[in-house]
Design a protein around this ligand. Structure first.
Ligand code: ASP
Ligand code: MG
Length: 398
């Protein structure tokens, strides 16, 4: 059986007309002799709307109830798309997480996929041309509805492809993966092939192309993800094993993470157990911190790191618990930063990337720099973003 998993994002199914357009794309593939499993997101900004609605009821919605609410979004889009495919004369069936047996862990709002009812899915696929499956959602062993975290339908699609051994194609309103977000740098080039590691690094550093967990799964199972446009036949990008990519530039892309705050925690007694507790708590609260530095002044420890601005309050509440009873510790925020990163697996072997990076950035006051094996990141003030992006694009021919 020739079969493929395709995923269509929210903007691709934002209206009845767009849903019919997606059905037409699917028809092309059916005519080539494929069976299809289609994973879809909720229509347009439905999920945002549902979250907003919940927040109008309470500032802190119960996670289980929130998932009960959010999972309705995808149920709307799968049924409509299935109707559209049927209206073109093909056999299609929509399935929600319960019907496809998408089992997940129990953590509401951030659940992880454990398994699918493969037997049921394959049996249904035999008697249909297309199955349309809800992305982003699952059920626990107890039958509770869960969601996988924002943007999670990419992960649903790749996990399904991995479980069934099918290829995976992800369609959205952009035709692939670009060296820099084209909204920031209109001259950005499309990347034909990008390795899993680069894609993961780009995603964690601010590029909003694919849900990171989908790339982790693809890497684990060696699945190539094709990212293309729903609205054009323009060739997209492939996310694949780095070893398969023949030409490897030292820098593949540049990503920007907006709204960064630098947090300084001062006057901590010199007790590294407190530092351990601090970062344990931060992890437990699911707070993502980065660019960590610790200075021992002799009398005190001073810790600093970056965090997205909107998490300031959450962080502060967590820190109060860790440092309760400690007299004079103090927290200071500096806001209005962006983190700019260049990423490339070619850095592993290439020499001189740092030199080129600092050459490009020579006119820009850099606050902090961190590096990984395949990335260099720096923290700069917002106002320098356009200039920095331009300089980096020029230097690395992005
Ligand atoms: N509809 C969900 C969201 O907006 C899942 C997704 O789009 O991937 O986050
Ligand atoms: Mg998405």
């Amino acid at each position: 059986m020739k079969a493929v998993v395709q995923k269509y994002g929210g903007s691709s199914v934002a209206s009845a007309e767009k849903i019919l357009n997606v059905a037409r794309q699917i028809e092309k593939k059916i005519k080539k002799g494929y069976k299809l499993i289609i994973v879809v997101s909720a229509m347009g900004k439905t999920t945002d709307g549902l979250i907003k609605l919940a927040k109008e009821i309470t500032s802190n919605p119960n996670p289980r109830e929130l998932d009960m609410l959010l999972t309705t979004g995808e149920q709307i889009s799968v049924s409509l798309l299935s109707m559209a495919i049927q209206s073109f004369g093909y056999k299609s069936k929509s399935l929600n997480a319960f019907q496809a047996g998408i089992k997940t862990t129990e953590n509401f709002n951030e659940a992880k996929i454990k398994s699918f009812n493969k037997k049921r899915i394959l049996t249904l696929l035999k008697s249909n041309d297309v199955l349309v499956v809800t992305g982003f959602q699952g059920i626990t062993d107890e039958g509770e509805l869960t969601t996988l975290g924002r943007g999670g339908s990419d992960t649903s699609a790749v996990a399904l492809a991995a479980a069934l051994g099918f290829n995976c194609e992800i369609y959205s309103d952009v035709a692939g993966i670009y060296t820099i977000d084209p909204r920031l740098h209109p001259g950005a080039k499309k990347i034909k092939n990008i390795s899993y590691d680069e894609m993961l690094e780009m995603a964690s550093l601010g590029a909003k192309v694919l849900h990171s967990r989908s790339v982790e799964i693809a890497k684990k199972f060696g699945i190539t993800i094709y990212c293309g446009s729903t609205f054009s036949d323009e060739e997209g990008s492939y996310v694949m094993a780095g070893s398969k990519i023949i030409e490897q530039p030292s820098v593949t892309g540049c990503s920007i993470m907006e709204n960064q705050a630098q947090v300084f925690i001062k006057n901590i007694p010199v007790d590294y157990n407190l530092i351990k507790k601090l970062f344990e708590k931060v992890a437990l609260e699911g707070l993502n911190v980065d660019m960590i530095s610790i200075i021992n002044t002799g009398n005190n420890l001073e810790v600093s790191f970056t965090i997205v601005e909107e998490k300031k309050k959450h962080l502060e509440a967590a820190l109060k618990k860790v440092f309760r009873g400690l007299g004079k510790w103090q927290i200071v925020y500096h806001t209005g930063f962006v983190k700019l990163s260049v990423v490339g697996i070619g850095m592993r072997s290439g020499i001189g990337v740092a030199a080129s990076f600092f050459k490009a950035m020579k006119k820009i006051p850099i606050k902090l720099v961190t590096t990984s094996e395949i990335a260099i990141s720096c923290l700069i003030e917002n106002q320098y973003k356009p200039e920095a992006v331009k300089a980096i694009a020029r230097e690395f021919k992005l």
